[in-house]
Design a protein around this ligand. Structure first.
Ligand code: DCT
Ligand code: MG
Length: 422
């Protein structure tokens, strides 16, 4: 990286003068091979590339991901994925992008993303991004969907009825389902990032609960924390047992144990609805929800996570946690017991034979998962889910017990979790 920096520097020195904006315009995307690109083999699927958590182009990826989020809130999936793919390729570059020429030959950068990047390189910010960031609709939709249990459709309806933030919802006469009620009640805590220490403390509780009801079961921390994130919007765990079948009916028992210990503020359990023999390979691409799964809100003793400070203090100056959800703009006024913090926890139970697929499917990032499935379908004529891999050409399932084997079936180099932060 150091050498590349030097060659870059000397190149502009050789021309005798710094490039003006007009000259940059003239150069467009031609001429000298870019130092950024020559240092990276730019593959077009995110699952072919290593994407670390920390990278050199946050000044470009944050604006692009804001546009992606805005597209998601407007239910424009195609547009959202295009911005996310553009951001993801920039995360893999070994240097900060300085000029448009640096992007020459890179895949995944559509016209719209390139326009945004160009504007940021030239003027330091993009008008479209900044007007979106400050728009009432974007801010309100972000705040409303930031309530646990509230999706885009509900948020949009509330927005059209004049609601802008959780406090507006609390004051209104809206009928709320049980998850939304819990979401609103614990909104202040749930809008704080969850720290790694808190995730580990919850891991110990879940471990204890699971060992109580099914000794020998295995628990794995999945989601963003497995990819090395320091903070997350929730904590995700995958539970399995080496003896196939032992895991059946495990979730209600775990939930019951947690409830008798007064550790749950809310829970909703869905049953395992996946049956290979019935399903066949023709499943929808995103079937994350077919395992026995529990969406919950834990009551985490502050002592348990070693957190001495209150969550109000924790908000101040806490950096945005990568792709984690940002705290909502207006915390609800509520009386809050100082001794505990509400934390979103997802528990997933997988049969041992599906564990490798579940682990791969639940580690993320969301874009990485999407790209894996796209690669499987388009390049290999295979269907990948969090349960199985089916080879459509051969007409058979490809078994695997580890992530490494699944990458190998897919003809991909293994990418460790810390490099799946696309
Ligand atoms: N997942 C996915 N597609 C979805 C939802 C989830 O592939 N539509 C997978 C990838 C990540 C994992 O499930 C857990 O989901 P989240 O907790 O939402 O993501 P995360 O990466 O853990 O992010 P955060 O750190 O904010 O919790
Ligand atoms: Mg998570």
């Amino acid at each position: 990286v150091h050498l590349l920096n030097i060659s870059w520097y000397t190149e502009s020195m050789a021309t005798g003068k710094p490039e003006s904006i007009q000259e940059k315009h003239k150069l467009k995307m031609s001429h000298t091979p870019s130092p950024v690109i020559s240092a990276v083999s730019a593959k077009s699927y995110a699952c072919q590339r290593r994407t670390p958590l920390k990278h050199h182009n946050l000044f470009l990826t944050e604006p692009l991901e804001l546009l992606a989020e805005n597209a998601e809130l407007g239910e424009n999936e195609g547009r959202s994925v295009a911005f996310r793919r553009a951001a993801a390729i920039l995360k893999t570059l070994p240097l900060a992008v300085k000029r448009m020429e640096d992007l020459q030959g890179l895949p995944c950068l559509g016209d719209h993303s390139l326009r945004v990047v160009k504007e940021i390189l030239e003027y330091g910010s993009s008008q479209e991004v900044e007007s979106t960031r400050h728009s009432e609709q974007f801010q309100a939709m972000k705040a409303l969907t930031g309530i646990f249990g509230v999706g885009v459709k509900t948020a949009d309806r509330w927005f059209r009825e004049g609601l802008r933030c959780p406090a507006d919802v609390a004051k209104s006469e809206q009928r709320l389902n049980s998850s939304q009620q819990a979401g609103l009640l614990h909104h202040e805590d749930l809008s704080q990032h969850v720290s790694r220490a808190e995730a580990d403390a919850i891991g110990q509780i879940v471990e204890r609960a699971v060992q109580e009801v099914l000794p020998g079961a295995h628990i794995t921390l999945i989601g963003g924390f497995r990819r090395g994130k320091e903070t997350g919007h929730d904590v995700d765990f995958l539970i399995t047992h080496p003896e196939e079948g032992k895991e059946e009916g495990l979730m209600p028992k775990v939930v019951q144990w947690l409830e008798t210990q007064d550790l749950l503020l809310y829970q909703k359990t869905t049953r395992n609805s996946y049956l290979e023999s019935k399903e066949g390979p023709a499943r929808p691409p995103n079937n994350m929800d077919r395992f026995e799964r529990c969406f919950s809100i834990f009551k985490l003793e502050r002592r348990a996570s070693g957190e001495a400070h209150s969550s109000a203090q924790a908000t101040e100056g806490e950096p945005g946690g990568g792709e984690g959800r940002a705290p909502g703009p207006e915390p609800l006024p509520q009386r809050r017991p100082a001794g505990w913090k509400a934390v979103r926890v997802d528990l997933v139970v997988s049969p041992f034979s599906q564990f490798g697929f579940a682990l791969l499917g639940w580690t993320g990032s969301k874009l990485f998962e999407r790209e894996l499935r796209r690669w499987a379908g388009r390049e290999k004529n295979m269907s990948l889910s969090s349960h199985a891999l089916y080879d459509n050409s051969k007409g058979c399932y490809l078994r695997a017990s580890t992530e490494e084997e699944i990458f190998s079936h897919l003809g991909l180099d293994y990418i460790p979790p810390c490099d799946r932060n696309a």
